[in-house]
Design a protein around this ligand. Structure first.
Ligand SMILES: Nc1ncnc2c1ncn2[C@@H]1O[C@H](COP(=O)(O)OP(=O)(O)OP(=O)(O)O)[C@@H](O)[C@H]1O
Length: 320
């Protein structure tokens, strides 16, 4: 394991922020810490980085007990949402910085920095200053700088959080590819479930300072540990006292075994998908169907249909 967090507790004043957190991060993996705002994600990342000291518990990095080591001695690289670049230094010098203070030979620095700039596709912008870069380019420079000193672990705290949705999506794909090339163990914080599912090979769901579930994106999406995780990972609706994904609901004009009669209140076409809003015995639910299905069934407001979770669909019973 590249990172082993054991029974970590951390409070700020009297407020517990991390409660008995244990976590294993496999070497070479790309792990997302996912959860709602205030759940403790950044604090956990900072504990791993050595920027916060846990009240109890331990952090091991590459087999070494790092709990009491300073951030500088942990061999970790980090990138934050608002990356503080050296404004008066060129992109090249920003990336070279860590190597220069380690007094590496000039030739070696030049070679390594140019390799890194190619990796993050900034080789043509080496002589620019940070103020002459876009937000996305600046974050890529930050990643190159963090990678320059060959950290054992890369820690990213919402690295694309301040960028607009389009650039964010591009950088996600790019981060995944970068990771496939470099394989450095990476932990990144996000509150965006789509980002976590798309980029990470392991997702750790953190809420209320506790690890609620950890697993591959498929496991966490398909086998959520509880209704909270199911809601957080994707859309849900309630049918017959169970929580189910709206694309896992069968809709039929005729009565079906285990089905409940429902009245369609609205049919919303969202490109390829159609969202069918229904009322079942006084409560609202919705079903996601394809446009082809909606047309074939001729669904319209006021129609009575029958709905049930599709056979084999994942559903979670809700406590009454
Ligand atoms: N230095 C601090 N002093 C006091 N309280 C803090 C400190 N840092 C964090 N907290 C509190 O700890 C809780 C968890 O914060 P943390 O930043 O770890 O959550 P998060 O999951 O990363 O949330 P976000 O996505 O909003 O950053 C919050 O209630 C926050 O107000």
């Amino acid at each position: 394991m590249a990172i082993e967090v054991r029974d970590v507790n951390k409070s700020f004043g009297t407020t517990p922020v991390l409660r008995d957190v244990s976590l294993d991060v496999a070497a070479g993996s790309l792990t997302a810490l996912l959860g709602p705002s205030g759940g403790g994600k950044s604090t956990l990342l900072r504990v791993i980085a050595g920027l916060e000291r846990p009240d109890t518990g331990t952090v091991r990095i590459s087999g070494v007990d790092a709990t009491r080591l300073s951030p500088q001695r942990r061999n970790v690289g980090f990138v934050f949402q608002h990356y503080a670049a050296f404004k008066h230094l060129s992109v090249f010098r920003n990336v070279a910085f860590g190597l220069e203070i380690r007094k590496r030979p000039k030739d070696e620095i030049r070679k390594r920095v140019m390799e890194l700039l190619e990796l993050v596709h900034l080789e043509k912008l080496a002589d620019r200053y940070p103020s002459q870069l876009s937000g996305g380019q600046r974050q890529r420079m930050a990643l190159a700088r963090a990678l320059a000193v060959e950290p054992q672990v890369l820690l990213l705290d919402e690295p694309f959080g301040a960028l607009d949705a389009q650039v964010r999506k591009e950088l996600r794909t790019w981060l995944r590819r970068l990771h496939d090339e470099v394989h450095v163990t990476t932990v990144f914080v996000t509150h965006d479930q789509e980002e976590a599912i798309e980029v990470a090979d392991t997702i750790v769901v953190l809420a209320g300072g506790e690890v609620v579930q950890a697993g591959s994106p498929g496991e966490v999406y398909d086998n959520p540990a509880n209704p909270f995780v199911m809601r957080f990972l994707g859309p849900v609706t309630e049918i017959g006292g169970s929580l189910v994904r709206p694309h896992d609901v069968e809709i039929s004009p005729d009565p079906v075994e285990g089905g409940a009669p429902a009245v369609i209140s609205r049919v919303v076409r969202l490109g390829f998908e159609v969202r069918v809003e229904v009322e079942i015995g006084g409560h609202e639910a919705w079903v996601q169907v394809t446009r082809e299905q909606a047309d074939r069934l001729g669904l319209g407001p006021g129609d009575t249909v029958h709905v049930r979770p599709a056979p084999g669909a994942r559903s979670l019973a809700l406590a009454v």
